[in-house]
Design a protein around this ligand. Sequence first.
Ligand SMILES: Nc1ncnc2c1ncn2[C@@H]1O[C@H](COP(=O)(O)OP(=O)(O)OP(=O)(O)O)[C@@H](O)[C@H]1O
Length: 331
Amino acid sequence: MIQTRGLTKDFVVSSTETVHAVRGIDLDIAPGELVAVLGPNGAGKSTTMRMLTTLVRPTSGTATVAGVDVVADPATVRRHIGYVGQGNGAGHQQRAADELTMQGQVYGLDRISARRRTGELLDALDLTALARRKVSDLSGGQRRRLDVALGLVHAPRLLFLDEPTTGLDPHNRANLWEHIARLRAEHDMTIVLTTHYLDEADTMAERVVVVDHGQVIADDTADGLKRTLAGDRVVLTVAVPGTAGQVASIVGSLRGARDVTVTGDRVDARVADAGAAVPELVLAASATGTPLLEALAVRPTLDDVFLALTGRRLRDEGSRVTDIPTEETAA
Ligand SMILES: Nc1ncnc2c1ncn2[C@@H]1O[C@H](COP(=O)(O)OP(=O)(O)OP(=O)(O)O)[C@@H](O)[C@H]1O
């Protein structure tokens, strides 16, 4: 559905400054996939999406979308895709239904078909009761749903969503996701989205493409990324002060354990399977007279994956990134 080779975009800002926003991205996305593009501010996510949606012309490299070259035939590409950008596309004084009908006509539907499509989309995105409302009177979540509806007017096979849920509260985020998931299941759409929300990429996307400094630095399922790049950890607190060194040796003898560190009464280590390691360590520590006060199995997050890849935390990069609680299980 999407194929890029060496896709590159340089923005010449001044005679002395060129921003290398996207540096040679190779990407293959199959029909029906739901792919999240994740990365810090300025990584090149939006620029990549804007090239794929024909809004920005690549400096070099190639991209085909739905089998069509984005540079050679942008008009045909646009007929196949829906694009929901970061900003709010809808006109403020228009009524929600009129905005959708107008958009349908822009895409070549006659008035009757455009009205029918408007009805379907209002229904699909739970906006029917708000059809006569002015766009400026809609709440943030309702406007974002209208944005998605606008992107779907011409029944595209491929939908691009640039930060669809940014700025929405958790309830509205969940609600928008429900709608997107249903639309996708019903119409077998391919969806590519950018997001700052690590938990969203983790739970919603089947595939996560991590972008940093204009390049793809990892591309796998969320679980695959965690397994290969971050891995489980155990965090143990000793019950008897001064016994952390002994506990560290017990942890060190566990098969697959590495990066064992001691900080005060705490021992932290990477292990193959934290869920299995915790009870084993609790028993071993107590059998050797160095019982544990607490033993935590810590599953990695996508933030840990990003840290492993770049040495930087993704969640520190911008205020829009949510604080993701680590999945921890106390023993
Ligand atoms: N029109 C432009 N002119 C000059 N520089 C640009 C332009 N558009 C983007 N850039 C620069 O290109 C780089 C990549 O920007 P881009 O918007 O693609 O990043 P992003 O990953 O989408 O970031 P964010 O998560 O903040 O939206 C940034 O350094 C940005 O400042």
